[in-house]
Design a protein around this ligand. Structure first.
Ligand SMILES: [Zn+2]
Length: 370
């Protein structure tokens, strides 16, 4: 029996929390005590990370020599993998489905749109990257078939080999429960406007998969090493760079039906928009942009992982409530533990708009209510 206290402590079913081997603090931001919040709609959380067991098994057995430089079990018997520039320790709470369902119920969340996160698969040899992507996407589809009301999947793609990524978009889009594509804010240090990625965008647009972006291995490692700044500053900055690359690089103009979802409420992107609008009138580097940068604000959707009611409200005033989707960053310590009340606290919004944020906008993007 998993108790609420277990969930709060993240210790359910033998789950391990706390600082792991000097890596970032990893205490889970769980739901608050008390009964789950009442909801008028079936809430969708579009920012929820998952390492399927099949995917972890593949990483453990085959990644050494195919991109990983070290694969081992640490003192706590957790899988730990070293890839260039990053060491990742995989914790059970990212994998266990019963724990996940228990937390979702306590939060008042009906559905997770499942996504991978660090280290993604771009570090792997291309064919192994494809194998890892398929393993993740197949596992998402299986989770959806087992729990159709609770899970859908956002497909992982081997972006280090765009032609294989295109193949996988085509295959994954046909799998039951795959409703979006997941992508890092850069691919091995290359920004998303690089022409070699455009065939992937074209395919996503053609098959109707929205692209969900997420930071990995953030910029500025040389200066963001202390105080968890790689997350506090690196992550939100990654969103701004990705949005700028897609906009200034012409991707959004080239694929007008492509939907792109930014994590962490868009990071620093929304607050920079005035500066970019001005810049577009004076700087030759961006003279080819067809519209002012602020025109593109509504080409993106933004999750609710802002950790600030005024900031979230300001974003809604900038882009409209119809561009905001509920997210938690489950099960990270930097996540939102009480996602429904976070949205319900936006009291100046009518209930209908809060319901759009909790379900309607995501359901439209993910084609769930069609
Ligand atoms: Zn995340």
């Amino acid at each position: 029996m998993i108790t609420r206290r277990d969930i709060l402590l993240g210790s359910a079913a033998g789950l391990v929390v706390g600082s792991v081997d000097g890596l970032a603090q990893t205490r889970f931001q769980g739901p608050p005590p008390g009964p789950p919040p009442a909801t008028r709609v079936k809430v969708i959380d579009i920012h929820a990370h998952w390492y399927p067991q099949e995917w972890l098994d593949l990483v453990e057995k085959e990644s050494l020599g195919q991109g990983a430089t070290k694969v081992e079990r640490n003192a706590r018997n957790l899988l730990q993998v070293q890839i260039p520039g990053l060491t990742v320790t995989f914790q059970p709470r990212y994998t266990e489905i019963p724990f996940r369902l228990q937390v979702m119920d306590a939060q008042g969340v009906t559905m997770h749109a499942l996504s991978l996160t660090q280290p993604m698969v771009y570090w792997a040899e291309p064919t192994f990257g494809l194998k890892l992507s398929r393993a993740f996407n197949d596992a998402c589809s299986a989770a959806h078939l087992k729990y159709p009301e609770r899970f859908i999947g956002l497909a992982t793609l081997p972006m280090q080999a765009p032609e294989l990524a295109v193949q996988e978009v085509e295959r994954a889009a046909k799998l039951p429960g795959i409703r979006g594509a997941y992508m890092s804010t850069h691919v091995l240090g290359q920004n998303l406007d690089e022409k070699k990625f455009w065939s992937v965008y074209a395919k996503c647009e053609a098959v109707g998969l929205p692209i969900f972006l997420h930071p990995t291995n953030t910029l500025g490692a040389d200066r963001l090493g202390r105080y968890h700044l790689r997350n506090f500053i690196g992550n939100p900055t990654e969103s701004a760079i990705a949005a700028a690359s897609l906009m200034f690089g012409g991707v959004l103009d080239a694929y007008p039906k492509l939907d792109v979802v930014l994590p962490h409420s868009g990071g620093t992107f929304p607050i920079l928009i005035g500066r970019w609008d001005h810049g577009a009138t004076v700087r030759p580097e961006v003279k080819d942009l067809k519209n002012p940068p602020s025109h593109y604000l509504r080409r993106f959707h933004y999750d609710t992982v802002a950790h600030s009611q005024p900031i979230l409200m300001n974003l809604i005033r900038q882009v409209g409530a119809d561009r905001i989707v509920c997210g938690t960053d489950f099960p990270a310590d930097m996540g939102v533990g009480d996602p429904v009340r976070t949205v319900e606290a936006l009291a100046e919004l009518p209930a209908a708009e809060r319901d759009m944020i909790l379900r309607g906008n995501a359901a439209r993007l993910l084609r769930l209510d069609a």
